[in-house]
Design a protein around this ligand. Structure first.
Ligand SMILES: Nc1[nH]c(=O)nc2c1ncn2[C@H]1C[C@H](O)[C@@H](COP(=O)(O)OP(=O)(O)OP(=O)(O)O)O1
Length: 199
């Protein structure tokens, strides 16, 4: 992706037939399309984090959460959310993990793991561009908050049916320890997927 501008929200994001008020947050223009800037952080524990090819087996687990409020309510998602003001993507990831799970990460131990854009052509106000991160959580305990109910899943027991429909296209790479760069275009129902490119 090629970010061209970065800054406060546009007043509205036009969809052709309608113009939704743009949700608060930081917006970025990529190849002429506006996206709200967000972060996602996949926390892991147990198993083998050495980069071995068979690392996805064994007792390795990833922390996901049931979204209870806001965008994506009812879906299982990775921890994350909007970038606030001038904070860095890394700072946003550390803050969101703390807010949504109570787990305090050391920024230097959080790894950049790529990027993804989600385009909702029928609802451009929902377009988002995420920086992806991964981190080891050790034996830290995850605590639920109002917005999300975190839960550990075996990396070979991911609840795909409860996640966004695009997740099976790009999450497995992260679970296998590979950085992911993906673009997703959602269908007009804002649920199914029209196009996905994953590098
Ligand atoms: N198609 C999609 N597939 C996916 O797996 N995650 C998606 C997605 N579209 C958006 N997301 C994620 C990215 C982002 O972290 C999250 C929504 O951001 P937020 O948690 O900031 O939304 P909220 O409306 O809950 O924000 P607040 O009102 O500030 O709590 O949904």
């Amino acid at each position: 992706m090629r970010p061209r501008t970065r800054g406060p929200l546009p007043e509205a994001v036009a969809s052709g037939q309608e113009a939704d008020p743009a949700p608060a947050g930081e917006w970025v223009s990529i190849d002429g399309v506006e996206y709200r800037r967000v972060v996602l952080c996949f926390l892991f524990r147990g198993g083998d984090d050495s980069g071995a090819a068979d690392r996805i087996h064994g007792d390795r687990q990833v922390l996901l959460g049931l979204k209870r409020t806001g965008f994506g309510t009812g879906r299982v998602v990775a921890l994350g959310g909007k970038i606030d003001g001038a904070e860095t993507d890394l700072d946003a990831a550390v803050r969101e993990v703390a807010e949504e799970s109570g787990i305090g990460l050391v920024p230097a131990e959080v790894r950049a793991a790529g990027s993804i854009t989600w385009q909702f052509p029928a609802r451009p106000a929902w377009n988002m561009a995420a920086s992806l991160f991964t981190a080891e959580a050790g034996n830290a305990t995850a605590v639920a908050c109002e917005e999300i109910e975190p839960r550990w899943y075996g990396v070979d027991a991911i609840p795909w049916q409860d996640m966004w429909q695009d997740a099976p296209h790009w999450v497995p790479g992260l679970l296998a320890g590979r950085p992911v760069h993906a673009t997703v275009v959602m269908s007009d129902d804002n649920e199914s997927v029209t196009g996905v490119v994953v590098d």
